[in-house]
Ligand binder design. Sequence first.
Ligand code: NAD
Length: 459
Amino acid sequence: MTTSDVINPATEEVLRTVEQTDESGVDDAVARATVAQRDWARRAPADRAAALRAFAAVVDAHVEDLAGLEVANSGHPIGNARWEAGHVRDVLQYYSATPERLSGKQIPVAGGLNVTFNEPLGVVGVITPWNFPMTIASWGFAPALAAGNAVLVKPAEWTPLTTIRLGELALDAGLPPDLFQVLPGKGSVVGERFVSHPDVRKIVFTGSTEVGTRVMAGAASQVKRVTLELGGKSANIVFDDCDLEKAAATAPYGVFDNAGQDCCARSRILVQRNVYDRFMELFETAVKGVVVGDPRDGGTEMGPLVSEAHRNSVAGFVGEDAPIVFQGSAPTGPGFWFPPTVLTPARDDRTVTEEIFGPVVTVLPFDDEADAIALANDTVYGLSGSIWTDNLSRALRVSRAVEAGNLSVNSHSSVRYNTPFGGFKQSGLGRELGPDAPLSFTETKNVFISVHPEKEVAH
Ligand code: NAD
């Protein structure tokens, strides 16, 4: 059995050593999950609903426990980590209503009764990234379980601890053994086996566009279902008619939240040229005010990057000749720290086109609405974005024109458990969260029942 050390990114200390699942471990888990799923799907809808509510209640009782683990494993500020643990509870609670509401349809046809059933797929494999380990896992496992499936989750190598804990809490809550299993291990081993195993009927993959492309190609050979949540390079568009003070004050949090390791990070700020200088003045004050430090401290707004390798990758975008206009602060000493950094590059620079996934933002001026829309859409990605304007017609025009799955006007919100989330273009395929997510873990089955005409009925 191979093992992997899990490192605290704020201290560089080894937190725990985790056993890595091998290919036969995956095969064994799939076999057990297949049996558990049949039993789960046969249970009364109200029983499945109650089991998910019990899971939510146990998560609620362990919010501090889960949040503390995420602070230690991922370096998330404690306030963020508490929100994330509470979000897992909310997602479970929301989808606990599903088993009793997956009602299918009765469709009027000639000659009989026609009904549709939303049948579970079977065993679902969820592959998660390291940036929001427990929340992203829950977006897959909660609706999948609710729709009657068994779920195997493979957490990212660097950040498996909260997901492992959720697996334990599911058992504490009384979920049937083997129905929900967490399999830590390598993407090239566990992840690839999820894709190649014929009894894993769907892959929910969140991660880089590069690996997501490979997952989709592998899944194609079995026509396996996929949901993909991939990279982003989202725009924060600031028009001259907005509340500029508010736009500038909030812009750092639209990109530097989770140290910029956020698929929805508004990492390209586009500012109308006639207010550019004033925006930059206000933005500088805001960036320098971001509190970067010990993630255990309740006042901390930004922690370290997740690993040394990732810090090196982020630093690779900010070379000696990088057009830095200003930077925030970062602690020195142990920990994978990187200060909030603001660049003003040319429109075609790689810092404008590639996902950096760290606390680095580019700011570009634009001339008018058409220029802003063209710039916002000049990317292979299309995940999220923000539009700052007090003109309602403009807000709606630009919202419709920007090619992205999640937009917010005069705010930077992206994720709510009760609204759909996902990307256009190379940011992904399918949607998670919201009322329809459970349907993506089902097959629609159509059944026609012939009804004899009255004359054939014996009297
Ligand atoms: P990654 O693609 O390197 O890894 C993601 C997961 O895939 C990990 O668990 C990894 O072990 C696994 N994996 C690696 N190789 C695999 C393979 N060959 N087959 C199957 N699985 C494999 O991504 P990351 O660095 O962990 O996460 C960062 C990326 O995730 C960023 O691009 C970010 O934008 C994206 N992301 C997207 C969303 C979204 O909802 N759209 C959310 C969070 C993160």
